[in-house]
Design a protein around this ligand. Structure first.
Ligand code: SAH
Length: 445
């Protein structure tokens, strides 16, 4: 065998190899020709299938393998990897340095964005002094990798706590054992900003000690667990972005979290907004709070009561008066537009309507309906911030939808800004999935 780097070799089709050569890092299972001896989460060497006229010799790269996912292979490096630990640690340091350089006015941001940081299968968010990590693949779930990740993150950021946020569905898909979310590290909290009251409900412990994750396996990290949690049900803090304060609770019943990808778009929307504003799909009030700085009246709409309860607390710690309405956005927009209600600014930030390509036509009908209603309700000179976080809906699709809505509502729409996710969600050319969020700021007349 030519140029074998890791113990196991995964052979892929020409189509899969072309994709990798074009800059992507995924190989779908349908492009895997053979993966003999590749264990769940193994570091593997990826090579192209030999065919007549294609006698590829050099491996394509080193990758992490999943025996369960449709994405069978995720390339980590185009060259050999002799020490996985070292590579992961280096990538984490690079990711932290990137945020130090490009994140402004916020102590909440995505520290690690999976493929966007060449750490496929790992997501880490910082909320002031609490780090929330999410493991999405077999490889990232291995005990050794988790330890290296936590150790490097805590060395680099010195958080008060690291929480493992478990997505049960993802674990099932990756055929990983069931597990609960929980605290995996308690530390000194050196990154906490001044003026924020600590509320990490864990017993003060040795700085930098690893603690037992309340996992099904009951594993204890090394160095071994030293202290039980006094209150493992909650891990809360307060973070700030663009000078506004937000509550965060990592665990427990009132779980929060933020759509950090919209951080820069909040500030952009506030640059254009004025008058009366309507934030549709407001969640915990990210846009609404920013709009309340410049608008006379702000209303936020969401179907989730717990989200609105947090939104209301967020408004009050910032001294803002915002009206919150619990409603189905489609019903409310229909009723309001039929009643002739008018606004100067409307934000549309719905959940992903197209989870797969198959959903695209239905999703586009949903976006069209929302945008049409919003355009009808905007006063002349009004601002619409219209978003889509569906990867399968392209910017071109969203623009076409907007054009069709403009046509039906007899409005003129000018694009002020064509935006994406904040820079802490790096968008890598060649990996289009890293550019999933679209946010158009438009002027309506
Ligand atoms: N703009 C928010 C993020 C929105 S996420 C922010 O920047 O933080 C999408 C939100 O849509 C969620 O809060 C969800 O509760 C809400 N939602 C989903 N379907 C809805 C519906 N039919 N009507 C109203 N809200 C809905």
């Amino acid at each position: 065998m030519a140029g074998k780097w890791a113990d196991a070799v995964v052979t892929i089709s020409r189509r899969g190899a072309d994709r990798i050569r074009a800059g992507h890092v995924w190989v779908y299972r349908s492009d895997v020709v053979s993966a003999d001896g590749a264990n769940p989460g193994a570091l593997v060497t990826v090579q192209e299938e030999r065919t007549k006229g294609n006698r590829a010799s050099r491996p394509l790269g080193s990758a992490l393998y999943s025996t369960a996912s449709e994405i069978a292979v995720r390339i980590l490096s185009r060259g050999p990897i002799t020490n996985l630990d070292q590579v992961l640690r280096g990538r984490i340091r690079d990711a932290i340095a990137y945020r130090e350089r490009y994140v402004q006015n916020s102590n909440a941001y995505r520290v690690i964005f999976s493929e966007g940081d060449f750490l496929p299968g790992l997501i880490v968010d910082r909320y002031n002094d609490v780090l929330s990590m999410q493991v999405l693949t077999q490889a990232m779930d291995s005990e050794g990798v988790r330890q290296a990740v936590i150790s490097e993150l805590t060395t680099g950021l010195n958080p008060a706590a690291v929480v493992d946020r478990v997505d049960a569905r993802v674990r099932r898909l990756e055929q990983l054992p069931e597990k609960e979310s929980g605290l995996v590290y308690v530390g000194g909290g050196g990154i906490r900003d001044e003026g924020v009251v600590p509320d990490v409900h864990v017993r003060e412990g040795e700085r930098g000690s690893f603690i037992a994750a309340p996992s099904a396996a009951g594993r204890v990290w090394t160095p071994a667990a030293t202290q039980p949690l006094t209150n493992p049900d909650s891990c809360s803090t307060e973070f700030q972005m663009n000078g506004l304060r937000f509550l965060y609770e990592a665990l427990g019943t009132q779980k929060t979290g933020a759509f950090l990808d919209q951080r820069e778009n909040y500030a952009a929307a506030a640059q254009y907004a004025r008058g009366e504003a309507l934030d549709v799909f407001c969640y915990q009030g990210g846009f609404a709070l920013h709009l309340a700085r410049v608008c006379e009246k702000v209303t936020g709409v969401d179907s989730s009561r717990p989200a609105l309860e947090t939104a209301d607390k967020n408004a009050s710690i910032n001294g803002k008066e915002i009206e919150w309405i619990e409603a189905n956005a489609f019903d409310l927009l229909r009723d309001y537009s039929d009643a002739g209600q008018q606004y100067d600014c409307i934000v549309l930030d719905p959940p992903a309507f197209a989870k797969s390509k198959r959903d695209l036509p239905t999703a586009l009908r949903g976006y069209k309906e929302l945008n049409l209603r919003a355009l009808k309700m905007l006063r002349t000179g009004g601002i619409l911030a219209t978003c889509s976080c569906s990867y399968h809906v392209s910017v071109a699709d969203l623009l076409e939808t907007l054009q069709s809505a403009a046509q039906d509502s007899h409005r003129i729409v000018r694009i002020l800004e064509n935006r994406g996710a904040a820079k802490d969600h790096p968008n890598v050319v060649g990996i289009p999935e890293t550019a999933y969020l679209k946010c158009l700021m438009v002027l309506v007349s």
